[in-house]
Design a protein around this ligand. Structure first.
Ligand SMILES: Cc1cc2nc3c(=O)[nH]c(=O)nc-3n(C[C@H](O)[C@H](O)[C@H](O)COP(=O)(O)O)c2cc1C
Length: 187
Protein backbone atom coordinates (compact mmCIF):
# COMPACT_ATOMS: atom_id res chain seq x y z
CA UNK A 1 0.00 0.00 0.00
CA UNK A 2 1.75 3.16 -1.07
CA UNK A 3 0.16 6.53 -0.58
CA UNK A 4 -0.59 7.39 -4.19
CA UNK A 5 -0.82 10.91 -5.49
CA UNK A 6 -4.58 10.61 -5.78
CA UNK A 7 -4.89 9.38 -2.22
CA UNK A 8 -2.65 12.19 -1.04
CA UNK A 9 -4.87 14.71 -2.80
CA UNK A 10 -7.90 13.28 -1.06
CA UNK A 11 -6.41 13.84 2.38
CA UNK A 12 -7.71 16.83 4.27
CA UNK A 13 -5.38 19.75 4.99
CA UNK A 14 -3.47 18.03 7.75
CA UNK A 15 0.08 16.89 8.30
CA UNK A 16 -0.81 13.78 6.34
CA UNK A 17 -1.00 15.71 3.10
CA UNK A 18 1.91 18.03 3.84
CA UNK A 19 4.58 15.31 3.87
CA UNK A 20 5.60 13.03 1.06
CA UNK A 21 5.33 9.40 2.24
CA UNK A 22 8.70 8.34 3.67
CA UNK A 23 7.93 4.64 3.95
CA UNK A 24 6.28 2.11 1.69
CA UNK A 25 3.10 0.42 2.83
CA UNK A 26 4.89 -2.89 3.47
CA UNK A 27 7.46 -1.11 5.68
CA UNK A 28 4.68 0.64 7.60
CA UNK A 29 2.79 -2.64 8.10
CA UNK A 30 5.92 -4.57 9.09
CA UNK A 31 6.93 -1.99 11.71
CA UNK A 32 3.48 -1.67 13.25
CA UNK A 33 2.93 -5.45 13.43
CA UNK A 34 5.55 -5.35 16.17
CA UNK A 35 3.47 -2.97 18.28
CA UNK A 36 1.14 -4.98 20.59
CA UNK A 37 -2.37 -3.78 21.25
CA UNK A 38 -5.34 -4.70 23.39
CA UNK A 39 -8.23 -6.13 21.39
CA UNK A 40 -11.63 -4.45 21.42
CA UNK A 41 -14.94 -4.93 19.66
CA UNK A 42 -16.98 -1.84 18.81
CA UNK A 43 -20.76 -2.35 18.61
CA UNK A 44 -23.68 -0.08 17.85
CA UNK A 45 -27.28 -0.13 16.76
CA UNK A 46 -27.59 1.11 13.19
CA UNK A 47 -31.35 1.51 13.13
CA UNK A 48 -31.64 -1.53 10.88
CA UNK A 49 -29.83 -3.95 13.15
CA UNK A 50 -26.70 -4.40 15.23
CA UNK A 51 -23.30 -3.54 13.75
CA UNK A 52 -19.85 -4.30 15.13
CA UNK A 53 -16.24 -5.00 14.30
CA UNK A 54 -12.95 -5.95 15.95
CA UNK A 55 -10.59 -3.01 16.53
CA UNK A 56 -7.12 -2.67 18.01
CA UNK A 57 -6.94 1.07 17.37
CA UNK A 58 -8.71 1.88 20.64
CA UNK A 59 -6.91 4.43 22.82
CA UNK A 60 -7.57 6.43 25.94
CA UNK A 61 -7.40 10.11 25.10
CA UNK A 62 -8.35 12.32 28.04
CA UNK A 63 -9.33 11.85 31.70
CA UNK A 64 -11.22 15.14 32.12
CA UNK A 65 -13.40 14.97 30.11
CA UNK A 66 -13.19 11.16 29.77
CA UNK A 67 -12.44 10.76 26.06
CA UNK A 68 -11.45 7.67 24.09
CA UNK A 69 -10.82 7.08 20.40
CA UNK A 70 -10.58 4.39 17.74
CA UNK A 71 -10.08 4.36 13.97
CA UNK A 72 -12.31 2.82 11.39
CA UNK A 73 -11.13 2.28 7.84
CA UNK A 74 -13.29 3.99 5.24
CA UNK A 75 -13.74 0.71 3.34
CA UNK A 76 -15.33 -0.99 6.38
CA UNK A 77 -18.91 -2.20 5.96
CA UNK A 78 -19.54 -0.54 9.35
CA UNK A 79 -18.44 2.97 8.30
CA UNK A 80 -21.92 4.25 7.40
CA UNK A 81 -23.37 3.10 10.71
CA UNK A 82 -20.47 4.59 12.67
CA UNK A 83 -20.82 7.93 10.86
CA UNK A 84 -24.51 8.05 11.81
CA UNK A 85 -24.15 6.75 15.37
CA UNK A 86 -24.85 8.93 18.38
CA UNK A 87 -23.46 6.32 20.76
CA UNK A 88 -21.70 2.96 20.78
CA UNK A 89 -20.13 0.39 23.06
CA UNK A 90 -16.43 -0.51 23.13
CA UNK A 91 -15.69 -3.96 24.60
CA UNK A 92 -12.22 -4.48 26.09
CA UNK A 93 -11.94 -8.20 25.46
CA UNK A 94 -10.65 -10.93 27.74
CA UNK A 95 -8.45 -13.77 26.52
CA UNK A 96 -11.47 -16.09 26.72
CA UNK A 97 -13.07 -14.00 23.94
CA UNK A 98 -10.57 -14.71 21.16
CA UNK A 99 -13.36 -16.44 19.22
CA UNK A 100 -15.37 -13.19 19.34
CA UNK A 101 -12.41 -11.14 18.09
CA UNK A 102 -12.14 -13.55 15.15
CA UNK A 103 -15.89 -13.60 14.56
CA UNK A 104 -16.11 -9.78 14.46
CA UNK A 105 -13.30 -9.51 11.92
CA UNK A 106 -14.95 -12.00 9.50
CA UNK A 107 -18.26 -12.03 7.63
CA UNK A 108 -20.29 -9.00 8.75
CA UNK A 109 -23.55 -10.85 8.11
CA UNK A 110 -22.74 -13.50 10.73
CA UNK A 111 -21.32 -11.36 13.53
CA UNK A 112 -24.60 -11.16 15.47
CA UNK A 113 -26.28 -14.29 14.06
CA UNK A 114 -25.79 -16.26 17.32
CA UNK A 115 -28.17 -14.47 19.66
CA UNK A 116 -26.83 -16.37 22.67
CA UNK A 117 -23.63 -14.28 22.46
CA UNK A 118 -25.12 -10.84 23.08
CA UNK A 119 -27.95 -8.77 24.50
CA UNK A 120 -29.03 -5.15 24.34
CA UNK A 121 -28.61 -2.60 27.09
CA UNK A 122 -31.46 -0.15 27.85
CA UNK A 123 -30.01 2.46 25.48
CA UNK A 124 -30.16 -0.04 22.60
CA UNK A 125 -26.52 -0.90 21.92
CA UNK A 126 -25.58 -4.59 21.65
CA UNK A 127 -23.32 -5.87 24.44
CA UNK A 128 -21.36 -9.13 24.23
CA UNK A 129 -21.77 -11.51 27.16
CA UNK A 130 -18.79 -12.22 29.39
CA UNK A 131 -16.85 -9.06 28.54
CA UNK A 132 -14.61 -8.02 31.48
CA UNK A 133 -14.91 -4.28 30.75
CA UNK A 134 -17.10 -2.33 28.35
CA UNK A 135 -17.53 1.40 27.82
CA UNK A 136 -20.64 3.16 26.57
CA UNK A 137 -19.48 6.11 24.52
CA UNK A 138 -21.33 9.10 23.08
CA UNK A 139 -19.71 10.10 19.80
CA UNK A 140 -18.14 13.54 20.12
CA UNK A 141 -16.53 13.95 16.70
CA UNK A 142 -15.43 12.13 13.57
CA UNK A 143 -12.14 13.20 12.02
CA UNK A 144 -11.40 11.95 8.48
CA UNK A 145 -7.65 11.17 8.26
CA UNK A 146 -6.02 9.44 5.32
CA UNK A 147 -7.90 6.24 4.50
CA UNK A 148 -9.62 6.10 7.90
CA UNK A 149 -11.86 8.04 10.25
CA UNK A 150 -10.80 8.79 13.82
CA UNK A 151 -13.79 8.48 16.15
CA UNK A 152 -13.57 10.44 19.40
CA UNK A 153 -16.15 9.74 22.07
CA UNK A 154 -17.06 10.67 25.63
CA UNK A 155 -17.30 7.73 28.03
CA UNK A 156 -20.70 7.95 29.73
CA UNK A 157 -20.68 4.50 31.35
CA UNK A 158 -17.83 2.19 32.34
CA UNK A 159 -19.00 -1.33 33.14
CA UNK A 160 -16.61 -3.71 34.89
CA UNK A 161 -17.59 -7.30 35.59
CA UNK A 162 -17.62 -7.23 39.42
CA UNK A 163 -16.95 -10.97 39.85
CA UNK A 164 -15.09 -12.28 36.84
CA UNK A 165 -14.63 -16.04 36.84
CA UNK A 166 -11.14 -17.49 37.09
CA UNK A 167 -9.21 -16.55 33.95
CA UNK A 168 -11.82 -14.06 32.76
CA UNK A 169 -10.05 -10.88 33.74
CA UNK A 170 -6.96 -11.51 31.61
CA UNK A 171 -6.93 -9.15 28.61
CA UNK A 172 -6.66 -10.30 25.00
CA UNK A 173 -3.70 -8.87 23.08
CA UNK A 174 -2.80 -8.84 19.39
CA UNK A 175 0.83 -8.89 18.26
CA UNK A 176 2.57 -9.88 15.02
CA UNK A 177 -0.67 -11.16 13.54
CA UNK A 178 -1.60 -13.45 16.46
CA UNK A 179 -3.60 -13.34 19.68
CA UNK A 180 -1.72 -13.39 22.99
CA UNK A 181 -2.19 -13.10 26.73
CA UNK A 182 0.11 -10.87 28.79
CA UNK A 183 2.82 -12.36 30.98
CA UNK A 184 3.98 -10.34 33.99
CA UNK A 185 7.70 -9.71 34.36
CA UNK A 186 9.46 -9.93 37.68
CA UNK A 187 10.36 -6.49 39.11
C1 LIG B 1 -6.88 -7.81 15.44
C2 LIG B 1 -7.67 -6.96 14.51
C3 LIG B 1 -7.74 -5.58 14.71
C4 LIG B 1 -8.48 -4.75 13.87
N1 LIG B 1 -8.54 -3.41 14.11
C5 LIG B 1 -9.28 -2.61 13.30
C6 LIG B 1 -9.41 -1.22 13.58
O1 LIG B 1 -8.86 -0.70 14.57
N2 LIG B 1 -10.17 -0.47 12.73
C7 LIG B 1 -10.80 -1.03 11.65
O2 LIG B 1 -11.47 -0.30 10.91
N3 LIG B 1 -10.70 -2.35 11.38
C8 LIG B 1 -9.98 -3.14 12.17
N4 LIG B 1 -9.90 -4.48 11.92
C9 LIG B 1 -10.65 -5.03 10.78
C10 LIG B 1 -12.14 -5.17 11.13
O3 LIG B 1 -12.31 -5.96 12.29
C11 LIG B 1 -12.91 -5.81 9.97
O4 LIG B 1 -12.44 -7.08 9.71
C12 LIG B 1 -12.77 -5.00 8.74
O5 LIG B 1 -13.27 -3.71 9.01
C13 LIG B 1 -13.57 -5.58 7.57
O6 LIG B 1 -14.88 -5.61 7.94
P1 LIG B 1 -16.06 -5.60 6.88
O7 LIG B 1 -16.02 -6.92 6.18
O8 LIG B 1 -17.29 -5.45 7.74
O9 LIG B 1 -15.84 -4.44 5.96
C14 LIG B 1 -9.16 -5.31 12.76
C15 LIG B 1 -9.11 -6.70 12.55
C16 LIG B 1 -8.38 -7.51 13.41
C17 LIG B 1 -8.34 -9.00 13.17
Amino acid sequence: MSLSMSNALECSATAASEHAPGVRGDQYRSALRRHPAGVTIVTLESGSGPVGFTATSFASLSLDPPLVSFNITDTSSSIGAVRSAESLVIHLLGEHQQHLAQRFARSAAERFSDESLWTRIESGEPVLHGTPVWLRVVVDRLIPLGDSTLVVGVVVRAHEDPNPAEGKRIPLLYHEGAYHRPVALEE
